[in-house]
Design a protein around this ligand. Structure first.
Ligand code: PLP
Length: 378
């Protein structure tokens, strides 16, 4: 059987990971400034994480959601404590798209309404409802086009107000810092306007923290900088450090009902063990503080490189913007300097999404390579 060929692949086969590095089948070492697309939070193959998963699979890897699973309760308590969101309820699932799909469904259940407002350049996933509210027509099948949705520009409070005043909006969904779209962030005033206008018009607000959440920006959640209280928060990527796990944090104003949401695999024992290990390591190794400190270091180092025109993002969710398209630069960084980086919809943006335990010396390696590579681009 052949694989369904939907991914353009780099000709590299990593077989082992350790901290901020991966190694290919020939033993070549790569610095991972991409984190497998913002997924690796605590570093590759962290010993405490490996132990937690190994021990759990020896005990019990899986049972269905029809029995008591104390690991889910422990995960919810720990997540509430570390994130400062103790007053929310947690529903566990398996991916970012599924988290957002559940978030939209919950908002629609709770308000009895259908229409969703989303923003230009948004990316919320590839399944039915969330791809409809993703700003990329090329990944929507005709089946995905029946949803009632409205797209608005970031910071356009006037259009937002007039759309919400129509009274049929279930939710406004947003990434506080856009990932795939290119690290744009609206103003605090705008996020607070979304919250106020949604409340006045009986709509919910959904913060998609699938990429920016879990400490990546230096705060547990990116929305916390803007002093807002989302009704629903979706999470996934950094949560399991590569083990598939996602979730939605649900405000107490949304009451659960049996059968409202459900999943076979979501919140299984093994996923919870991975999730708990991640939270313990984030706390013990003070990785949120590290994300903030490393961002300061990157900003300082980037000043020495005149080709970098703008630095976007926060913490370890960074976009370095050049005045040329970076596709060749990325290839050079990977094949010549063995450094993984990411791309964005904005073709001039080099995305940096490393494990949160990255150190200054790794960025020194990166900037040294970047200078050589930039000199060779001409
Ligand atoms: N939301 C955001 C902000 C994302 O960046 C992504 C993935 O890149 C998703 C949702 C979808 O997550 P998944 O690929 O786990 O379905």
């Amino acid at each position: 059987m052949e694989l369904f060929d939907v991914y353009p692949l780099f000709d590299i086969t990593p077989v082992k990971g350790e901290g901020t590095h991966v190694f290919d089948k020939d033993g070549k070492k790569y610095l991972d400034l991409y984190g497998g697309h913002a997924v690796i939070s605590i570093g590759h193959s962290h010993p405490a994480y490996v132990n937690a998963i190994s021990n759990q699979v020896r005990q019990l890897g899986f049972y269905s959601n029809s029995i008591k699973n104390p690991l889910q309760v422990e995960l919810a308590e720990k997540l509430g404590k570390l994130s400062g969101c103790e007053e929310y309820q947690l529903f566990l699932c398996n991916s970012g798209a599924e988290a957002n799909e559940n978030a939209l469904k919950l908002a629609s259940f709770a308000t009895g309404k259908e229409r969703i407002i989303y923003f230009e350049n948004a990316f919320h996933g590839r399944t039915s409802g969330v791809v409809a509210v993703t700003d990329n027509e090329s990944i929507k099948a005709p089946f995905n086009k029946g949803h009632k949705i409205t797209k608005i520009a970031f910071n356009d409070a006037e259009t937002l107000a007039s759309e919400l005043q129509k009274g049929d909006v279930a939710a406004v969904i947003f990434e506080v810092i856009q990932g795939v779209g290119g690290l744009d962030e609206a103003t605090t005033e705008f996020y607070q306007q979304i919250e106020k206008l949604a409340k006045e018009n009986g709509a919910m607000i959904i913060a998609d923290e699938v990429q920016a959440g879990y400490g990546r920006t230096g705060d547990f959640f990116a929305f916390q900088k803007h002093n807002i209280h989302p009704d629903i928060i979706s999470i996934a990527k950094g949560m399991g450090n590569g083990f598939p796990i996602g979730g939605v944090l649900i405000d107490k104003n949304i009451a659960p009902k049996y059968g409202m949401l459900g999943t076979t695999f979501g919140g299984n024992h093994l996923a919870c063990a991975a999730g708990l290990a991640v939270l313990n390591i984030l706390e013990k190794e003070e990785l949120l503080q590290n994300a903030s400190a490393m961002f300061d270091y990157v900003k300082e180092q980037a000043k020495e490189i005149p080709q970098i025109k703008n630095i976007k993002g926060r913490g370890l969710m960074i976009g370095l913007e050049f005045d040329f398209e970076v596709a060749n630069l990325r290839k050079d960084m990977l094949y010549v300097h063995q450094i993984f980086t990411g791309s964005a919809a904005n073709k001039n943006l080099l995305r940096i999404l490393p494990p949160l335990n990255i150190e200054k010396k790794h960025f020194d390696t990166f900037f040294k390579a970047l200078k050589i590579s930039l000199a060779n681009q001409k």
